[in-house]
Design a protein around this ligand. Structure first.
Ligand code: PEP
Length: 248
């Protein structure tokens, strides 16, 4: 039985003080055993966020990390910098990283390996553009992202990975994929995971949906058999996130 996992991607929002305040405000609203709850604030606020979340059910995740251990990589964050302060998750290959910062399936794969090596749980993102959906190549495109992203990741390690299916046309647009559209792709991802690994592994991997999830649509999306929670942007920055987490 897969445990639901609902993560908030704060993107480039909130100073350290604002992050602490938001965590304190949301703490009572997201208190539940029914789902894992992850907040992903900006790098600068991670340490304060880990402190602020202590004693609650909230885990902290980073929005990115680099795939080398240390060295001349100006501006980057190494995996042990994250683990040393108590960060547990890391978003890898978000479409904004792919679009604005040159991330590819190959760099995603390197980061997934490195995160797992350090005991960080990768939230590996995938998803198609509107153009690709119109061309009817969504499933092939997403499956390729999954296959390359998980290349040479063992069965046992793959079970730890969280996949986030995020159609790019639904991110930050207020346009959500219908629950049928989201389920269709998440089911296809699980079929690919079965093909690459086996049924046992594919059934263990959690697949989130992301793209304009909010209090009004979480229940319908999260009720789908292959959707095991959400990666939430805008709605994770406000009290609404409590409703998303307590969607039932
Ligand atoms: C995201 O940033 O991953 C996301 C899904 O954003 P939003 O919920 O705002 O669409």
């Amino acid at each position: 039985m897969r445990k639901m996992i609902i993560a908030g991607n704060w993107k480039m929002n909130k100073t350290v003080d604002e992050a602490i305040n938001l965590i304190n405000e949301l703490k009572p609203l997201v208190a539940t055993d029914a789902a894992e709850v992850v907040f992903c604030p900006p790098t600068i606020a991670l340490m304060a966020a880990v402190e602020a979340a202590k004693g609650s059910n909230i885990s902290i995740g980073a929005q990115n990390m680099y795939y080398e251990e240390s060295g001349a990589y100006t501006g980057e964050t190494a995996p042990n910098m994250l683990t040393s302060i108590g960060v547990k998750y890391v978003i890898i290959g978000h479409s904004e990283r792919r679009e604005y910062f040159g991330e590819t399936n190959d760099t995603v794969n390197k980061k997934v390996h490195k995160a797992i090596e350090h005991g960080l749980i990768p939230i590996m993102c995938c998803g198609e553009t509107l153009e690709q959906r119109k061309q009817d190549i969504t499933i092939d495109f997403v499956n390729q992202q999954i296959k390359v992203g998980l290349l040479d990741v063992s069965k046992e390690d793959a079970k730890k990975v969280v996949v986030a299916y995020e159609p790019i046309w639904a991110i930050g647009t207020g346009v959500t994929a219908s629950s049928e559209q989201a389920e269709e792709v998440c089911a296809a991802i699980r079929a690919t995971l079965t093909e690459v690994y086996d049924t046992d592994t594919a059934e263990a991997i959690r697949i989130q949906y992301g793209g304009s999830v909010g209090a009004g649509n979480a229940a319908e999306l999260f009720a789908m058999p292959n959707i095991d929670g959400g990666l939430v942007g805008g709605a994770s920055l406000k009290a609404d996130f409590g409703k998303v987490v307590n969607y039932k």
